[in-house]
Design a protein around this ligand. Structure first.
Ligand code: GLN
Length: 197
């Protein structure tokens, strides 16, 4: 039986996330079937979810308008895993400090959007991540800063600031783990904690 993975496909690196989750599944001898989620009625069929980056205001508006936001919250309430990256983490947070974003409140952190700088300030950093033996090549693109951590575990910091967190079944990163061939963050989010298909 294959694992059903849902990628929220409003914006962002949908195919890259799909490829990374397939690779991570394969390394565990599993197959992942990927569904792109644009409308309500599909999240409940998914064992795991990916919330890609993009523009958090647009993603949040779409999730609310389509009724997908409530489905994602129910998915997390059922203990099923989510990986939320960059703008996905902003939307997943408890407080994005921006009235245009309606937060999902599935990761107990507060966020400052674009606090790592504008597009020209994008960078790649070798990141020490809890649970990984070697540094992860983390790509930061107009990345948010996690400026407050509530009931969540910090998995990685850059420049003294948290950039990867885990809150129960949800892993959130300020950076883009889908942009390299390294699928260890997807692995950590979905398979180290054992997905039950
Ligand atoms: N700057 C974007 C935002 O605040 C996030 C950027 C990204 O996902 N790479 O929504």
């Amino acid at each position: 039986m294959s694992i059903e993975a849902g990628v929220v496909a409003v914006q962002g690196d949908v195919s890259e996330h799909a490829a990374a989750v397939r690779r991570a599944a394969r390394s565990h001898g599993e197959d992942a079937t990927v569904t792109e989620i644009r409308t309500a009625g599909h999240v409940q069929d998914c064992d795991l979810l990916l919330l890609p980056g993009g523009e958090s205001t647009a993603i949040s508006r779409h999730l609310q308008r389509e009724g997908i936001a409530a489905e994602i919250r129910a998915h997390v309430d059922a203990g099923k895993p989510v990986l939320a990256t960059c703008a996905g983490l902003i939307v997943a947070s408890a407080d994005a400090n921006d009235d245009r974003v309606t937060e999902l409140d599935i990761v107990d952190v507060t966020i400052q959007r674009n606090a790592f700088g504008r597009q020209k300030d994008s960078f790649e950093a070798p990141l020490e991540v809890d649970g990984l033996d070697d540094p992860f090549p983390a790509v930061f693109i107009r990345a948010p800063v996690i400026d407050g951590v509530g009931d969540a575990e910090v998995l990685a910091e850059w420049d003294g600031r948290p950039v990867a967190v885990r809150d129960g079944p949800v892993v959130g990163t300020s950076f883009h783990p889908e942009l390299t061939d390294d699928c260890r963050i997807h692995d950590l989010a979905f398979f180290e904690s054992a997905v039950a298909p």
